[in-house]
Design a protein around this ligand. Sequence first.
Ligand SMILES: [Zn+2]
Length: 255
Amino acid sequence: MGVPGNAPDELASTELFAVDAYRHQFDATVAAVDHEGGRVKLARTAFYPGGGGQPCDLGTLRTPAGELAVTAVRRERGEIWHAVDGELPAVGQEVEGEVDWNRRFQLMRTHTALHILCGVIWADYGIPVTGGNMEPMKGRLDFPFPAMSADLGATIEKRINDEIARAHEIVVDFLPRSLADADPALIRTSANLIPQEIDPLRVIDIVGLDRQADGGTHVLSTAEVGGVRVTKTESKGKDNKRIRLEVVDPEGDHR
Ligand SMILES: [Zn+2]
């Protein structure tokens, strides 16, 4: 997959997940070591540090001394730290990183499924999302629905699966703030609340369905999601309704 042409160079060369979600193997130099925290910073990484409801990646770092399990990844004051099990490599050491691809790809499918849900709810009801979370193959989003009928879950499930079948292309775009702040789709998803120094804004565009500022990793086509089952619609108080979904493999869906 090609790197988006308008990605900032610095980002494209250090935060590999931001420009190529499918890259799960990379080499890098150890840039800093935190002995107390048992973690390392790399000159570049394909490990997603978590954020926007998407959990961080797990995986391994290979050094000449052996293999280290990456047990957590997080961003702290802009820097991405990889917590590892075992003896820490030295600064300057070359390592090979490998993201647990099975888990990551499941999270990509799940994250995209949730954006499809956002797009469908906006298109059909004009209601914006207010919150959400996910784990591999499972997620939930909250919407300020005044009321929810019993069969809404089934209706939404069908709508999401129809959009999956349309195989919408998904584009990672980097938009200058001047354009982003005037973009109706980004306004409705409150992108204007993101600090102005974040410029350009990374946008996930499910072409023809949903556009939002987002730091996460997504599949390239809605078809890659497979299928979705809405498992629960629940009321979380007045004007807050929670929709839970599961991502399923099309051929594994024996309902
Ligand atoms: Zn998202």
